[in-house]
Design a protein around this ligand. Structure first.
Ligand SMILES: [Zn+2]
Ligand SMILES: [Zn+2]
Length: 260
């Protein structure tokens, strides 16, 4: 398995997973040009992409989706609630509803090479989702843009070989920072974003020896990769491979597949 965090943060979010034959994309908050260039630079064929899964419809996760639909003709999966509640966003972003496939939470979505379990997150975008999925006998977990850790996440995250967890802000930096009070409240709220302390605690409590752990969606203003790295050094047990994904940067990983 070969995977890329093409970019993460409020500037855009896009993840690609390739099992040697098939690929899926999670979120496309970047341009098609950037997506196709990154895939080609990292040896993932564009024509291996079978589906795109959306966490939610904020533009940093979805602004490239319409063009991806038109260029690749692949199905775009999102929750039924997200489909129902975000019509105006889709029109604005030129997302073609005919290419969308909706699922209900609790359903397993099978696409070539991947079996995907969506779960509900807590965010100010209706029907927002996180994903656990398996491919080539490996288990991946991705949870981003959530103000709270959903109950279902605990079980879905344990046993994962590779995890991507939002670690949006440092509580002190947010408190002391220059954001207006309403924005601070939104970020901290139940439907906002996850702070470093909760992300690291979740990671620590669901950790499995030998796993790879990626902290994503760091705020440019209210977080510092160095502060988060220090927290990881203190809290995350040894034997867990921790990466703090810098805002806007690319991270790449490989993990051997197993027989199904
Ligand atoms: Zn976001
Ligand atoms: Zn969001």
């Amino acid at each position: 398995m070969h995977y890329l965090v093409i970019t993460t943060g409020s500037c855009g979010n896009c993840y690609v997973f390739h099992n040697g034959k098939d690929s899926i994309i999670i979120d496309c908050g970047i341009t098609f040009t950037k997506l196709s260039r990154s895939l080609s630079e990292h040896g993932i064929p564009l024509d291996s992409v079978r589906a795109l899964f959306l966490t939610h419809l904020h533009p940093d996760h979805s602004k490239g989706v319409g063009v991806v639909q038109r260029k690749l003709g692949i199905p775009v999966y999102l929750s039924d609630i997200s489909l129902e509640m975000n019509e105006s966003v889709m029109i604005r972003q030129k997302i073609e509803t005919s290419g969308l496939v909706s699922y209900s939470f609790g359903e397993i979505v099978d696409v070539p090479g991947f079996s995907v379990v969506p779960f509900r997150t807590s965010h100010d975008s209706d029907g927002s989702a996180g994903y656990m999925f398996t491919s080539s006998g490996r288990r991946f977990f991705l949870m981003t843009d959530t103000g709270l850790i959903p109950d279902a996440a605990w079980e879905l995250a344990s046993g994962a070989d590779v995890k991507f967890i939002e670690s949006n802000y440092d509580e002190e930096m947010l408190e002391r920072g220059s954001y207006p009070a309403f924005l601070k409240k939104r970020i901290r709220g139940e439907y906002g974003h996850l702070p470093n302390s909760a992300a690291v605690d979740f990671a620590k409590r669901t950790a499995r020896h030998g796993e790879s752990l990626y902290f994503v969606h760091l705020s440019a203003n209210n977080n510092s990769p160095e502060v988060l790295r220090e927290l990881c050094r203190k809290e995350i047990p040894s034997g867990i491979f921790c990466t703090v994904c810098e805002r806007g940067g690319l991270s790449e990983g490989f993990i051997d597949g197993e027989e199904e």
